[in-house]
Each structure stands twice: as C-alpha cells, then as structure tokens.
Design a protein around this ligand. Structure first.
Ligand SMILES: [Fe+2]
Length: 344
C-alpha cells in the first residue's frame, strides 16, 4: 500500500510521498516520523489517525494579509493518537493527546501559524465529559507506558527572537500567579478556564499567548507573551490565556499537546479581531511582531520562557506521552485546574 493511498485521500497532503525526514520516535515516545510536506508516518503498527487539515482559505479571517497566497494547507491536527490501550487509559482520565504539524513558510509575509483560540471556563464543557478526571479514573496502579486586518507597517515592531530575553527582565519562568479569565473576548470574568500543556517534538515554535483584560474595553488584552521553544521544550498555557502557535523556522514544526478532552475550543474572538494581538511577519529575512490594530491599545509583548515541567510535577526531558501513560494522575491539573500555576 502506498503512502499516498494510506495517508492521502481528503487530508490535503500533496500527492508526492517524501522520505521520513524527521524521526519523532525519541522525542514523542511513539513510532512516528514526519516529512517536509508535513505528512506524518505511523510506524510499527501504531494506529493511524486521520488528520484534520486547516487550510489557507479557512484561515483567511485571522491573517495579516487576508488575500494572501500560500500553501493550501497550513497545518494538520492529529487528535487522540496513541496505542489503543493507552488511548483508552488516557481518555479514562478525560484527557487527550494530540499532535499538530505546521508547515514552514510565509503567507502574505506572515509566518504560518495556527488559528488561535481560547478555552472555555471550567464547568462549561461538552456534554458527557464534564466529570473530573479523578472521578472517572480507572482503579489500578500506575504503570509503564506501552487584506483587512493589516497592521500599519513599521508601527510598534518588536524584533523577533523570542526567548532571548535579557536575564531577569519581565520574565517569570515558574512563578505562581492568579490566572483567571478577564471579561474581554475570551470568556466570562472571574471564571477559571482550562489550561493546556504543549511540547515541541521537532522544529521551532513561537507561542503567542494573550490574556483578556479584566474590566477593560471589548477586546482589550492585559498581557501578551511570546515564548520561543525548540525540541523537548514544554509550554504550559495557563488558565485565562488564548494562544496561537507560529512556525518561524525553515522546517515543519511538530508539537504535541495534552488537554482536557471535555471542552470545545473558542475560536470566535480570534476571528472577530482578525487574529491574535500580534502578527509575526518577515521582511528581508528578519522576523517582526507587528501589533494587530483590531485590538484596543495592544500591550508591549513580553518574552517568556518554556515551562519547567518539574514545576508541574512532571519530568523534564521525557516525552509527555510516556509520562501521560505512566502517570495520568499527574496531569489532573488539566482537567481540574488550580487557581494558579506557572506563567510563562
Ligand atoms: Fe488550546
């Protein structure tokens, strides 16, 4: 069976099969590889998950240049992957393990990115999945894993290069903080929203997080954070923050996330404001963050750092998949989030 028949179809992949350019086995803990087109290879009998492609046309409302041309598909979402027994175990805790591949490149001068979304307040979950992970957790000991929207050019630019923040400057790598949702576009004031945990497997990521301002005008953002992350780096998206992932590198960006399985992401506010509070564009080979003037008075973005997994009770340098299968209860902070947590 050819790769094309096996993984092509309606997924949006280009027809030509390529070699396995990036081996993800070590970084993911699963027999996976990805090629330069963004196609993921499921190896050693790992059940293939059909990707949900996000096309350029679906993304137009959140782009810096809404009439831009570019790749047909900007990214692929593989939801709920893993070995069958592991998937059952993970879903038994109301969690989900996903993989996303962002192709490299520019769309109208802007780096390929995800659409951006917020998470709903805790308790406003999909029907049938509102119980906490602990309540549903199976008994038993932990085990080993088996055009419009353009910002004025040149205005208020912050040079790219996130993650190279000067020591001690505005960065709180692991400090606790109150992370409740504001009353802006993202959700209801004072309500705690679900967090999320990411890990980069391959490529380079710029995560752009934004927190709606409590009590501010519609669309006001009180905190914008840019975090640069590379292979093995993790990022905890705290309650209250919306997030976009950008691929500023020359290779596909492959990342995984662990998230509470019982909610539906909230995309509307990003669409209504034509994207995140900043766009990352490239000019003359240099990346810049340009403010999105559909937001009132965007705050200066600060540079955050990847999350120290030890702060969350997890192990740095170990694939999230392995930890999730071995110790799913350690991820209960995703389904029953505390009122505080590490702010990037
Ligand atoms: Fe999310």
């Amino acid at each position: 069976m050819s790769l094309d028949r096996e993984q092509g179809g309606d997924s949006g992949f280009p027809p030509a099969a390529a070699a396995r350019d990036f081996d993800l086995a070590r970084s993911s803990g699963l027999p996976l590889a990805v090629d330069r087109s963004g196609r993921v290879d499921f190896l050693e009998g790992l059940p293939r998950v059909e990707p949900q492609p996000r096309t350029l046309d679906q993304m137009r409302s959140v782009l810096y240049n809404q009439t831009a041309t570019g790749p047909t598909v900007l990214y692929y979402m593989y939801r709920g992957l893993g070995w069958p027994e592991d998937r059952e175990r993970i879903s038994g805790y109301d969690l989900r393990y996903d993989l996303t591949v962002l192709v490299p490149g520019l769309v109208g001068g802007e780096y390929v990115k995800t659409a951006g979304h917020y998470h709903p307040p805790v308790g406003q979950s999909d029907a049938g999945a509102a119980r906490s992970g602990a309540e549903r957790a199976p008994a038993g000991a932990e085990r080993a894993p088996s055009g419009a929207g353009r910002a004025p050019a040149g205005a208020g630019r912050a040079p790219a290069g996130a993650g190279r923040a000067p020591a001690g400057a505005e960065v709180s790598g692991s400090g606790a903080g109150v992370t409740r949702c504001g009353d802006g576009d993202g959700g209801a004031e004072g309500l705690l929203t679900y967090p999320e945990l990411y890990q980069v497997l391959s490529g380079r990521a710029h995560y752009l997080l934004q927190k709606p301002a409590a009590g501010g005008p519609a669309g006001a953002i009180e905190d914008a954070v840019i975090v640069e992350a590379g292979p093995g780096d993790a990022l905890y998206v705290p309650p209250g923050y919306g997030h976009v992932t950008i691929n500023p590198g020359p290779d596909p960006l492959v990342m995984v996330n662990v998230v509470y399985a019982g909610f539906t992401s909230v995309y509307g506010p990003y669409r209504e404001r034509h994207g995140a509070v900043y766009y990352e564009i490239e000019e003359n080979g240099q990346g810049y963050f340009v403010p999105n003037d559909h937001y009132p008075d965007p705050p200066e973005p600060r540079l955050g750092r990847p999350t120290d997994l030890g702060v969350l009770g997890l192990r740095a340098g170990e694939p999230l998949y392995a930890q999730l299968v071995a110790r799913p209860r350690a991820f209960a902070f995703l389904s029953r989030p505390p009122g505080d947590g590490p702010i990037p």
